[in-house]
Design a protein around this ligand. Structure first.
Ligand code: SF4
Ligand code: SF4
Length: 445
């Protein structure tokens, strides 16, 4: 365990209890109690360190209610690093006596299943006959899913239709650049993303290759460890991170499938994963050659720029009625800032600039763009009621912009918002920005 209460106390120390962080805090928004706010948790941590408060199950519950969205870090004028505080506190919360046997069992199930694509596939394969079919709609309407308890019901609610390609590992190890090669990158597929929205990785590969960027995709790659990292499961995170780095080492080198040349960057199209990948230096405690080369795919494309040919081939996207967007009637998009992109990686302008490359697109800003949607890794599975309320608020905010489409670059947020849009008077489709770039890309023959 790397964190101790004393280290966390140092991170909490500059707090002046001003409360500026409270309006941006997702848990405070839905629970409305001081103990479920950043200021309250900082106060509790100081009291624990001073020996005035015991870290028992009741106190731990108020730390567990934190989504780890880091909106409070962005909001804090005193520079309090709440992100460091909660990351150091999480492993302490995993002490067995702080959670009920049922909570521990459910977490064990999630950690044994979600970060392992092959295990998840084995569970999901029979569900192809259910997900996205009239049977699923009937089960939901009848209330049958609720019989299995709130957490299983929450999992079922997020289950999207399952595409056949989600069950295949047939991406090539090396996708060559179209035209002269400008860069050579590795692509992390994301364990949940490749299963629940495989079209995103397909779009990422198409956009990269069409921009003269060679892509290396190790076939045996697993989870980056984001989910366990956010929950303070440090040993499992290190194992997953090491395995991911080894999967790249297995294909890059003399005589290996992707050739000997080093990568210019390691990319991912899911911002929750990107946040953890950028912490591999700390997690692995060593300088792997790929540490320091991690970039969100939008950040990378914004930095290297679209190729002239690609840019020239971008055409206006159609409106819902089929007419193409125009200067008089642009296509309006509501960009959802994933917390681990905005607060965790400080990326806000880059995705907007990238989308702005599509002709006649206009971004509409949500009123509460910095507040979490309630997904937060496994939060929407372990705290389903609070997460559902946050999802409803987020969907209403995005829909209320008047945009035609919502755009999300994090698979957890995408699933959460798609599900929450179902309850909206004006539900918006939710797409990944790279899917929009692919739709817009119309090269000459
Ligand atoms: S964390 Fe920052 S914003 Fe929140 S109460 Fe403390 S000093 Fe104020
Ligand atoms: S990380 Fe998010 S949920 Fe947790 S205290 Fe900060 S703002 Fe609130």
């Amino acid at each position: 365990m790397s964190g101790t209460p004393a280290e966390a106390f140092i991170a909490a120390d500059p707090c002046v209890h001003c409360g500026f962080c409270l309006p941006s805090c997702a848990s405070y928004r839905v629970l409305a109690t001081e103990m479920d706010s950043p200021r309250g948790r900082i106060h509790a941590l100081k009291a624990i360190n001073a020996g005035e408060l015991e870290l028992d199950a009741t106190v731990a519950k108020h730390f567990d209610s934190c989504l780890g969205c880091f909106a409070c870090v962005t909001a804090c004028p005193a520079g309090v690093r709440y992100d460091q505080l909660i990351e150091q506190a999480r492993p302490l919360l995993n002490a067995p006596e702080l959670r009920s046997p049922a909570q521990r069992a459910f977490r064990r199930l999630l950690f044994a299943l979600l970060p392992y694509p092959q295990r998840l596939r084995a569970v999901l394969r029979p569900l192809r006959l259910y997900a996205g079919t009239p049977l699923q709609a009937l089960a939901r309407r009848s209330g049958l899913t609720r019989l299995f308890g709130p957490q299983i019901a929450a999992m079922e609610k997020l289950l999207p239709p399952l595409a056949e390609e989600a069950f295949r590992d047939d991406l090539p190890v090396l996708v060559p650049a179209l035209g002269p090669r400008r860069q050579r990158v590795g692509l992390v597929l994301g364990c949940v993303q490749r299963l629940f929205d495989p079209a995103v990785n397909t779009a990422a590969i198409q956009v990269l290759a069409a921009n003269g960027i060679e892509v290396v995709i190790p076939p045996g790659q697993g989870c980056c460890g984001a989910m366990t990292h956010h929950q303070g499961e440090l040993e499992q995170t290190r194992e997953l991170a090491s395995a991911l780095m080894e999967s790249f080492a297995a294909v890059i080198g003399p005589g290996k499938a992707a050739g000997p040349e080093p990568l210019d960057a390691l990319l991912v199209a899911a911002s929750g994963c990107g946040h953890t990948l950028k912490k591999y230096g700390e997690i692995l405690g060593s300088q792997h050659p790929l540490v320091g080369k991690v970039a969100d795919i939008q950040e990378f494309l914004d930095a290297v720029g679209l190729s002239e040919d690609f840019q020239a081939a971008l055409q206006p996207l159609p409106h819902a009625d089929g007419t193409p967007a125009s200067a008089e009637r642009p296509l309006e998009l509501a960009y959802h800032d994933a917390c681990h992109q905005l607060h965790g990686q400080g990326l806000q302008a880059q995705p907007r600039r990238l989308l702005g490359r599509i002709p006649h697109v206009r971004i509409r800003e949500a009123t509460e763009a910095g507040v979490c949607c309630g997904s937060a890794g496994i939060y929407n599975l372990i705290q389903p009621e609070e997460a559902a309320e946050l999802g409803r608020i987020k969907a209403a905010d995005l829909s209320g912009t008047g945009a035609e489409l919502a755009v999300s670059a994090n698979i957890g947020c995408t699933l959460q918002i798609r599900q929450a849009m179902g309850g909206q008077h004006r539900p918006l489709p939710v797409v990944h920005p790279l899917e929009l770039l692919v739709r817009s890309y119309t090269p000459p023959d």
